[in-house]
Ligand binder design. Structure first.
Ligand code: GDP
Ligand code: MG
Length: 442
């Protein structure tokens, strides 16, 4: 895969202090290929790469990174910033009923998403929600909305194929007002391709309804084609948000970047299954990871940027490798490194998904509380005690426990753990920091 080539290039790069025209050319070419491979549309890729180049040139390379790693960091941050900008829940700041208009091609997932949103608004925001279908071209579409609205626990306003969409919408809004609904979701007809009649109809609906949200529903699997659709809808309507559907499919996620950049509207939600609860708040960071597919490098870059002392970590790793002299100071230094990285849970989020799955059984909150308590105990020890834990007998234990504000048993537990860790490290040949931390977290 192309991102493999990008990874290789990143690894082969020599350490240099700055990102320059000369050292960034090959890298940028690979970034461009990786984005195209992820199905981002060409004009969007060009724009994006130009922005990244602008940001990267002349930038100092932090710590032990090479320019390639630094660049991947910049690419990742730009992806997150672009896709994550303005992400927020549905805006309901309007005189009730707040009207939400759904727009998009046929098969994009409008009807499904209407029901998913209805459920979200009923369950999470405790709203009284009405749905209505303006899809008079396909009788089955009205029935479909009726069925899924029931599943959502919302109310459905009847409409029939012989009515005009505008009349349906007006009747629904009237009913919603009289019955004190908080929200009216208006599902609309799509076509297989953009056509002028469709655009006119939805523009008229928009003008009559004055919606607080006009959501563009788009199939993530559309890849590059999503761009033309997005352009047409943006020209026709003032879009306030995007819902990307079918993210559970095998698309590489490029449509998110394309559609975000073309429409300028925030990506609010992602559809992740056909089921009524298959809707998630869009997560730009996770999505950037999917597009770039370089979780390990991104995690490394972020740790270094966050000020983790890699040299310290390497020294520690070397000690571990030789299995010698691992004392409570090293134990403490490990604990502190974990804290510097923003805690175990943030670290886990940055790891590639296979590792995340393995770590999934661990209770992160508990693990982090545990780390803080351990740190407190070691901090109550003298330098001599940390170097030679075997001198810690009953009197010292009582003093340490009092200093840390814990029971003596907790000091015992920590010393036991330390001993186990020490033994384990002697056995572990060339373990590396990640491995150590995973054991400690467990
Ligand atoms: P509409 O024509 O825009 O109203 O599209 P529909 O809501 O009828 O959806 C078209 C098809 O896509 C249906 O078979 C849905 O079940 C399916 N669908 C919609 N959203 C998702 C999603 O997020 N994931 C998956 N896997 N299927 C979806
Ligand atoms: Mg539909």
């Amino acid at each position: 895969a192309l991102s493999d080539k990008l990874s290789r290039l990143v690894k082969e790069m020599r350490g240099q202090a700055r990102i320059t025209e000369a050292n960034v050319q090959d890298m940028l070419r690979e970034v461009r290929m990786a984005l195209l491979e992820a199905d981002v549309a060409l004009p969007v890729v060009r724009d994006f790469v130009a922005r990244v180049k602008d940001k990267a040139l002349g930038q100092e390379v932090v710590g032990s990174l090479n320019p390639g790693q630094a660049l991947v960091g910049i690419v990742n941050r730009e992806l997150v910033a672009t896709m994550g900008e303005g992400v927020s829940d549905i805006n309901l700041a309007a005189q009730p009923p707040a009207v939400i208009l759904m727009a998009g091609l046929q098969g994009a997932g409008k009807t499904t998403t209407t029901a998913k949103l209805a459920k979200h608004l009923v369950d999470k925001r405790k709203k009284k929600v009405l749905t209505v279908s303006g899809d008079v071209y396909r009788p089955a579409a009205i029935e479909q909305l009726k069925t899924v609205t029931k599943q959502a626990g919302a109310e459905w306003f009847p409409s029939t194929p012989d009515q005009k969409p505008l009349d349906i919408a007006r009747a629904a809004i009237d009913y919603a007002r009289k019955q004190y609904f908080d929200v009216l979701l208006v599902d609309t007809a799509g076509r297989l391709a953009i056509d002028e009649a469709l655009m006119r109809e939805i523009r008229e609906l928009h003008a009559a309804l004055n919606p607080v949200e006009t959501l563009f529903v788009v199939d993530a699997m559309q890849g590059q084609d999503a761009v033309n659709t997005a352009k047409a809808f943006k020209e026709a309507l003032p879009l306030t948000g995007i819902v990307l559907t079918k993210m559970d499919g095998d698309s590489r996620g490029g449509a998110a970047l394309s559609v975000r950049q073309i429409t300028g509207a925030p990506i609010k939600f992602a559809g992740v299954s056909e089921k009524i609860d298959g809707l998630e708040v869009f997560d730009a960071e996770r999505h950037a990871g999917r597009i770039l597919g370089m979780g390990d490098i991104v995690a490394l870059v972020e740790q270094v940027t966050a000020g983790v002392d890699l040299q310290e970590a390497q020294k520690l790793a070397a000690k571990v490798k030789s299995g010698e002299g691992f004392d409570l100071n090293d134990f403490l230094s490990q604990i502190r490194q974990m804290k510097q990285m923003g805690g175990l849970s943030t670290l886990m989020e940055k790891m590639p998904s296979q590792l995340q799955a393995k770590a999934g059984q661990v209770d992160m909150d508990k693990a982090e509380r545990d780390i803080r308590r351990k740190e407190g105990i070691i901090c109550s020890m003298t330098a001599a005690e940390r170097r030679k834990p075997e001198i810690i007998k009953a009197t010292r234990k009582r003093r340490i426990a009092a200093g840390a504000g814990v029971q003596v048993q907790e000091v015992n537990r920590l010393l036991n753990e330390f001993e186990q860790m020490q033994g384990m490290m002697k056995k572990m040949k060339g373990g590396g920091l990640m491995k150590m931390m995973k054991r400690m977290g467990g």
